[in-house]
Design a protein around this ligand. Structure first.
Ligand SMILES: Nc1nc2c(ncn2[C@@H]2O[C@H](COP(=O)(O)OP(=O)(O)OP(=O)(O)O)[C@@H](O)[C@H]2O)c(=O)[nH]1
Ligand SMILES: [Mg+2]
Length: 360
């Protein structure tokens, strides 16, 4: 850390230790809490019931509230950074640390820093407030290409396959998506392709009931067969959109990755033009693992879009910058809560503003 150069070596080592332990605490504590939260959720059926926060805040407010954790990480130091007297090397180094801690990843952080340094030089920026605007601009440049809304048109049925690791929010997102497409006047059918757990079928059926849409499920068996039947049922009934749930799996579980690749192949057998969208659902809390997940699922099933969930919780939204830099995919939707309306199209400009918080 060149900012500490010139300081006594002991002091430097101590500072690095404190910084390292602060970073570790920030990274590990939320993970520990999430583990317990996860156990509680799975054990307690009431906790699985989608509840909408009351009173209802606007989506914008919920996104901003949701990203408050990100602002705790980004904005609190930024408030301090951007209230300094001038732009200097130390400020830029502290900004780099802050971006890394907000899950932006090494590549996006370095890209942002290089952009900022070039802008500072070219536009002769002097005040940290100008630096904040330049950072917002850099983030928008990174994230704008990911803003590509999903248009479920052009095929009937439009087959959407949903994949992701355990607990990412796949089934909940399907429930929200069913409402989203219905609100566009489209008819929807759900395929219970998670044949791993009986509870998964029940959970999807509950979302089907809530939306008043048909759910194709089988007592047990092959997920590919369930999805195949669902596509044929949708075709017979002239349904517009099929949402196919799948069981959670880790990219390291190779047999399960092969299983989901088979689901994709069987969808193609039922409809040669399908699947028309392969959505990977990512829990925003997983930080840099998101990048690995995008790459692994893309290799197995050809991901065409992302749903980033749980941005209302402890997530640090910088992970989108890492995705934009390392494995860009359209971010179709973001999840900002457990309720049926807590899914929204991704809008890069609003996201950046929520991420950085109010300007000074
Ligand atoms: N706060 C919050 N919770 C969410 C969001 N999306 C999903 N959840 C919660 O995350 C938990 C897991 O969601 P599921 O939809 O069951 O996840 P899944 O990916 O289908 O899980 P598996 O089928 O077990 O792999 C549930 O408690 C959901 O209510 C979100 O955007 N915000
Ligand atoms: Mg599920």
């Amino acid at each position: 850390m060149p900012a500490l150069a010139g300081v006594m070596p002991e002091l430097k080592r101590a500072s690095v230790r404190i910084l390292t332990s602060r970073i570790l605490a920030r990274l590990l504590l939320p993970t520990a809490f999430r583990m317990f939260g996860f156990l509680k959720t799975k054990d307690d059926p009431a906790a699985q019931a989608p509840v909408s926060p009351a009173p209802r805040a606007s989506w914008d407010e919920r996104l901003k509230a949701g990203l408050s954790r990100t602002r705790d990480t980004l904005n609190t130091p930024l408030t301090e950074l951007f209230s300094r007297a001038r732009i200097d090397d130390e400020l830029l180094e502290d900004l780099e640390t802050t971006l890394l801690m907000a899950d932006c990843g090494v590549e996006a952080t370095h890209w942002l820093l290089a952009e900022l340094k070039a802008t500072v030089k070219r536009d002769k920026l002097e005040t940290p407030a100008q630096l904040r605007s330049a950072l917002a601009k850099g983030l928008r440049t990174l994230l704008m290409p990911l803003e590509q809304p999903l248009e479920a048109d052009g095929h009937q049925p439009f087959v959407i396959m949903i994949a992701g690791v355990n607990g990412a929010g796949k089934t909940t997102s399907i429930g929200k998506l069913a409402k989203h497409f219905q609100s566009q006047g489209k008819s929807v059918l759900l395929a219970a392709g998670d044949t791993f757990r009986a509870a998964a079928r029940e959970q999807l059926t509950a979302w089907g009931d809530r939306n008043g849409v048909m759910v194709i499920a089988q007592e047990s068996g092959d997920p590919a067969a369930v999805v195949f039947d669902a596509i044929n049922a949708a075709r017979a009934r002239k349904i517009d959109v099929v949402l196919a749930d799948t069981a959670g799996r880790l990219p390291t579980q190779l047999h399960l990755m092969e299983e989901i690749a088979k689901v994709r192949r069987v969808i193609q057998k039922a409809d040669a033009s399908g699947p028309h969208e392969v959505l990977l659902v990512l829990d925003a809390n997983i930080g840099q693992n998101a990048v690995q997940q995008v790459m692994a699922f893309d290799k197995a099933i050809g991901v065409t879009g992302l749903v980033i969930t749980k941005l209302d919780g402890t997530a640090k939204g910088g992970v989108l910058a890492a995705i934009a830099r390392q494995c860009p995919k359209p971010v179709r939707f973001i999840g900002v809560g457990e309720g049926i309306d807590d899914l929204q199209a991704f809008r890069a400009g609003e996201f950046v503003e929520a991420l950085l918080g109010p300007s000074q």
